[in-house]
Design a protein around this ligand. Structure first.
Ligand code: SF4
Ligand code: SF4
Length: 340
């Protein structure tokens, strides 16, 4: 596996303003029924040939995020992943089925051209996590964590979905995750329409108050990018947290969302669009991706987004928008150098 030259790659995307990241939902099937889940159950899944065709239409990406459902339920996941040319390949998992996940991660690590990042979904200490994702799921997730951690060439993160329910327990939990040797820990606010409609993101004031303590626990991660990279990423987390709080307070995009310009989503029913929280723009069954991106419907949805017709704290889209927003980027760089 060759490590891509990320800074050069990033500059190319910044200058050319081209598509840099894609989220590819490969299945809606899952072996859990989490209360936080916003995925509509369904059995439709494209064949491998669909991904072969799609991969031929995409430029080299900065990152490709696989989504689900539980992606490891697809036995052809290693083949799908190997088709795409991406600097970073991210795959989330609930970690429930260790015996399936571990050999597949090994195979994907040996075949991918990019840096493989596995993100294990864990939502707090054992009683909290099990209350959200089901009894026994915490133990199973950590037994998968222990085995995946030993695989060469794989970065292993923990992803935690934040709700009003688990926020109070997360500072202690974040410290514990670090002590287990994770390579990183992403904190993401609940989004979409969760299966348990009583769950809500925490109010912005609670997030603002919890931020400094929680983010301090993320400071020790080096993310395998060296000391400067770690500082930049930590400053990114701080900025993303502050922007999320402002977004929830002001109920508007506080950084222009670039979904549809540098980021797009492909769903298991072979439709595509700028954002998973908006309706798909069209089907890739009858239109090539490039033609869909140049279509009036795509432009209309991008204009709607650019005019602030929607807002959210979706962290994948926020990451893509912050990284390609020069004022935010400058803020991160100055803070990392201790100049702000
Ligand atoms: S949140 Fe993830 S693990 Fe849980 S049911 Fe939904 S897809 Fe499955
Ligand atoms: S602001 Fe949020 S909902 Fe709107 S396009 Fe961007 S990511 Fe999607």
């Amino acid at each position: 596996m060759s490590m891509p030259n990320l800074p050069a790659f990033y500059l190319k995307h910044l200058i050319k303003d081209t598509l840099s990241s894609v989220t590819l939902y490969v299945t809606q099937r899952c072996n859990l029924a989490c209360r936080t889940c916003f995925v509509q159950p369904g059995s439709e899944e494209p064949a491998l040939s669909f991904y072969e065709n799609l991969a031929r239409q995409l430029p080299r990406l900065m990152w490709l995020d696989i989504g689900g459902g539980e992606p490891f339920l697809r036995h052809d996941l290693p083949q799908i992943c190997s088709l795409f040319d991406t600097a970073i390949l991210g795959i989330p998992t609930n970690g429930y089925d260790r015996k399936t996940i571990v050999p597949m991660v090994k195979e994907i690590a040996s075949r991918t051209r990019g840096r493989l990042v596995i993100s294990l979904s864990v939502d707090g200490p054992e009683p909290m996590h099990d209350a959200i994702r089901g009894r026994g799921t915490w133990q199973r997730a950590w037994s998968t964590f222990e085995e995946v951690r030993g695989i060469d060439g794989v970065a292993l993160k923990v992803n935690t979905v934040i709700t009003g329910e688990n926020l109070p327990s997360l500072k202690e939990f974040a410290a514990w995750v670090r002590s287990r040797g994770a390579d990183g820990h992403s904190l993401m606010l609940l989004r979409g329409d969760p299966r348990d409609s009583s769950l809500r993101p925490p109010p912005p004031e609670s997030l603002r108050d919890a931020g400094p303590g929680l983010l301090a626990e993320l400071r020790g991660y080096r993310y395998a990018h060296g000391a400067l990279g770690a500082r930049l990423l930590w400053e990114y987390h701080r900025l993303a947290w502050a922007l999320s709080v402002r977004t929830l307070q002001q109920k508007r995009q506080v950084v222009p969302c670039l979904a549809g310009r540098n980021y797009l989503v492909v769903w298991p029913n072979r439709t595509a669009g700028p954002c998973e929280l908006l309706p798909p723009v069209g089907s890739l069954d009858d239109t090539a991706l490039d033609a869909l991106i140049r279509s009036p419907q795509w432009s209309r949805q991008c204009s709607f987004i650019a005019q602030g017709g929607c807002w959210c704290t979706h962290n994948c889209a926020l990451l893509a928008s912050i990284l390609f927003h020069p004022p935010s980027l400058a803020r991160i760089a100055f803070a990392a150098m201790g100049l702000s």
